[in-house]
Ligand binder design. Structure first.
Ligand code: G3P
Length: 223
């Protein structure tokens, strides 16, 4: 499975990649605006901070067919095209553009998905990844179950498209999708930190150290 960080916060990416096997980074126009940096700077920093085997997944801003095509080519040329994925929203223009972008050999992630039906059409259009917005879908129904069902639907039809679940607001949403075998997720840094930093672990580690120190007078295995 693939686990991406959903952010343009370079320091957060550096921090999380320093101890977790992260498969890449996803951004979108809103995420980039929140970085307070120019998009060119964000892309340059992503290229610098990520290894070549970690994916850079960036989104088009244009909303018309020709513009989506032109921006897809531009994004696909980042880092010499190695492990770059272009995000295209599943608007009508986006759905029309997906096969054209794919025909140029560009890897496509269909984004802004609010329903399994939109995901179905993006898969049929040839998208490599589908990004349902789990938490936002929860405003309209049971987003988590819908995404789990979507994974089954894709398998039923033998679509190659891989679900990359996005828009998580808490660890439980991520947990449920991981437990169901979702092939990819993209998660914001604060939720990733909450997944790994359980207070119980810190208490347990302190207890191990303190008992060891009390008994052997040191805090390492060997003197
Ligand atoms: O990757 C999709 C994501 O960035 C949307 O998340 O938190 O704005 O619902 P959110």
């Amino acid at each position: 499975m693939e686990f991406f960080i959903d952010t343009a916060d370079i320091e957060a990416i550096r921090e999380l990649c320093s101890f977790l096997p992260i498969d890449g980074v996803t951004t979108n126009p809103t995420i980039i605006t929140k970085s307070g940096k120019a998009p060119e700077q964000v892309f340059a920093e992503l290229e610098e901070v990520l290894d070549e085997d970690q994916k850079i997944i960036a989104q088009v801003v244009a909303t018309d067919y020709e513009g989506i095509l032109a921006e897809s080519r531009k994004i696909a040329s980042l880092r010499g095209g190695k492990n770059v994925v272009v995000k295209i929203p599943v608007s009508r223009e986006g759905l029309r553009a997906i096969p054209a972008v794919k025909s140029e050999g560009i890897c496509v992630l269909a984004t802004g998905i609010y329903s399994p039906d939109q995901a179905f059409w993006a898969a049929k259009a040839g998208a490599d990844y589908l990004a349902p917005y789990v938490n936002r879908m929860c405003n309209y129904g049971d987003g988590v179950s819908q995404v789990i069902e979507l994974v089954d639907t894709l398998a039923t039809y033998g679509f190659d498209a891989k679900v990359c679940a996005a828009s998580f607001k808490n660890v439980d949403q991520v947990h449920q999708l991981l437990a169901a075998g979702t092939p990819a997720v993209t998660v914001a840094p604060d939720v990733i930190r909450a997944m790994v930093d359980h207070p119980g672990t810190a208490i347990a580690v302190d207890e191990f150290t303190s008992n060891w120190r009390k008994t052997y007078g040191r805090s390492t295995l060997e003197a």
